[in-house]
Design a binder for this molecule. Structure first.
Ligand code: NOJ
Length: 572
């Protein structure tokens, strides 16, 4: 069976590879719109903004957990997977969101943290009080805290061990994250069955995809690192089998903060598939490194690495999300450089990363915001935007942990930035009121009213991307350039195998990270005589010379997306 060939029914084409061309938008329900004035965002509020998201060009929403939870880890500490936290709404309101999103051809991806639960989950409460009972073996218990010494601690700022003593059961329980988030015991078949049931429950409600939170960490083994153990891959393979069999067209997205050769394991193979998508953690910090070092070398290196992935697989590329800008995938030397550039105040750091939003990271430089978005929308894979970044929202580093960049969405210059009608003191987090990012000027309404705003610019680029299948479906080949600040690659799409008809095309993407204008020679051997034109305005550019070189000049931190049209004599 081909996993990407479209299914065609009379009057309807189901594109199984929809996620490859989709633009995703991560939105925290709590932070977006408060429809009932209680100070926290909710599902109905989000539903009321679907028109805005459709206008922006969003094809899929990623919703971090909105289930019952004590909210000690932004909802990633679930106390009941089949109940919605009352302050966020009801199952009926969720159904309504799914229906109204689907009416707009927009998909909903939900986030399922199944590696661990909250310690408030009924399963854990029973497990600690009744070791011989039905939930006694649901968690990873031990008489010592010395088991699995090779498994690293992830939240280094708050935890110094993966084991915590439970005074009731008088044993230690294992946790990869906070000590209030005990890890489920996947060696217990009942846990495997329970997690499958939860996933089916949400797929039955119509969700289009599941982000598998913390997926590398499901299984532990003696002597292992607890990351991507063979049993974990076996679990994901079985899950994928179930999805392909019973829910074709729905997708699984891996959150695996690992090196490319380890992440690709979560795609599996064409014969034994695992996840449809995986976040590209290695590319992200290198984009930020390139901006300050003015060198594209590290980016060129990761983009040139040929990690083989199956035909259905696609990367999820991103600049920022609800977590810290993680620096786990860079060397110590680069990490220190990035702390120096981007987190000069220790308050900006958390764990192995930086807890700031995109615009403040880039010091609100419009040139840099445009450059990184242009990269985001042209790299191989599907882009994931983080709510608020489309208007260059700021952050609040005086708030604890990652709340710094989870503040309410800024819609208008009115009370509570139009997010809520509650008394400002009642908001779950305060609105950003800093000098540079104050909601009185950084808001959707103001940017809608200004045709050259970042919001309009981002929307325009999204629409240009969507008009060209090469971005979603094409291969990416990095080109040699004469300037270390310049990254150039070709996106090449042969033009078959989608329900959108044949549209072969090649797009040359060029980015300069230099802090001054540059001239650069790009090695386009094989494209001699090709006549590029600008994808935005259609202006013709000089043709590729007979020696296969294209010479371009780029303004400071600028970029081009050029259609590589063929001359009559050149077969492209
Ligand atoms: C990954 C999530 O992205 C993060 O927000 C959370 O804290 C950890 N998983 C632990 O649940």
């Amino acid at each position: 069976m081909s996993f990407t060939a479209p299914i065609t029914l009379p009057g309807l084409t189901l594109d199984l590879a929809w996620y490859k061309r989709a633009v995703f938008y991560e939105v925290m329900v709590r932070s977006y719109v408060d429809s009932n004035g209680d100070g926290a965002g909710d599902l109905s509020g989000l539903t009321s903004k679907l028109d805005y998201l459709q206008w922006l060009g969003v094809d899929g929403l990623w919703l971090p957990p909105f289930f019952a939870s004590p909210l000690r880890d932004g909802g990633y500490d679930v106390s009941d997977y089949q109940t919605i936290l009352p302050e966020f709404g009801t199952l009926d309101e969720f159904r309504d969101l799914v229906t109204k999103a689907h009416e707009r051809n927009m998909r909903i991806v939900i986030d399922l943290p199944i590696n661990h639960t909250s310690d408030a989950h009924e399963w854990f409460q029973q497990s600690r009080s009744d070791p011989e009972g039905p939930y006694g073996d649901y968690y990873v218990w031990s008489d010592t805290d010395e088991k699995y010494p090779d498994i690293r601690v992830i939240f280094v700022d708050s935890e110094d061990s993966n084991w915590t003593f439970d005074s009731e059961r008088r044993q230690f329980f294992f946790h990869r994250f906070f000590s209030h988030q005990p890890d489920l015991n996947f060696d217990n078949p009942a846990v495997v069955a329970a997690t499958f049931d939860i996933i089916r429950f949400w797929l039955d409600l119509g969700v289009d995809g599941i982000r598998l939170d913390a997926i590398p960490y499901l299984f532990e083994s003696d002597g292992g690192t607890g990351e991507g153990e063979p049993a974990t891959h076996e679990y994901v393979r079985r899950l994928r089998e179930m999805v392909d069999r019973d829910y074709p067209g729905r997708i699984l997205i891996a959150e695996a903060n690992q090196w490319p050769n380890e992440v690709v394991e979560f795609f599996g193979t064409d014969e034994a598939p695992e996840c449809h998508m995986a976040f590209d953690f290695p590319a992200m910090p290198r984009i930020f490194y390139a901006l300050r070092s003015q060198s594209a070398t590290e980016l060129v290196r990761v983009l040139s690495e040929h990690t083989h992935k199956p035909s259905f697989a696609s990367w999820g590329v991103f600049l920022r999300n609800h977590d810290e800008l993680t620096l786990e995938m860079v060397s110590e030397e680069y990490r220190q450089a990035m702390y120096g550039w981007y987190a000069y105040d220790p308050r900006m750091r958390v764990n192995v990363g930086i807890r700031r939003r995109l615009a403040p990271l880039l010091d609100n430089s419009r040139a840099e915001l445009e450059l990184v978005h242009a990269l985001l929308f042209s790299l191989q894979g599907s882009p994931f935007l983080y709510y608020g970044d489309e208007i260059g929202m700021g952050d609040n580093i005086w708030l604890p942990d990652r709340d710094a960049s989870r503040t309410p969405m800024q819609w208008t210059p009115d009370r509570n930035a139009g997010f809520s009608t509650a008394d400002p003191g009642k908001l779950f987090l305060p609105i950003v009121q800093s000098l540079v990012y104050n909601y009185s000027h950084t808001n959707v309404e103001a940017q809608l009213a200004q045709s050259r705003s970042l919001l309009h610019w981002v929307r325009n680029v999204i629409h240009v991307r969507k008009a060209h299948p090469a971005f979603g479906l094409g291969s990416l080949t990095v080109l040699r350039t004469s300037h270390e600040s310049v990254l150039a690659f070709v996106r090449d799409y042969g033009g078959s195998g989608t329900p959108f008809g044949d549209q072969p095309e090649r797009v040359l993407c060029v980015f300069s990270f230099a802090h001054n204008p540059v001239a650069v020679d790009i090695d386009l051997a094989g494209f001699e005589g090709a006549a590029p034109y600008d994808l935005f305005g259609g202006a013709p550019f000089p043709t590729v010379r007979d020696d296969g070189v294209l010479t371009l000049t780029l303004a400071t931190q600028n970029f081009y997306w050029l259609h590589l049209a063929a001359q009559a004599s050149t077969e492209l």
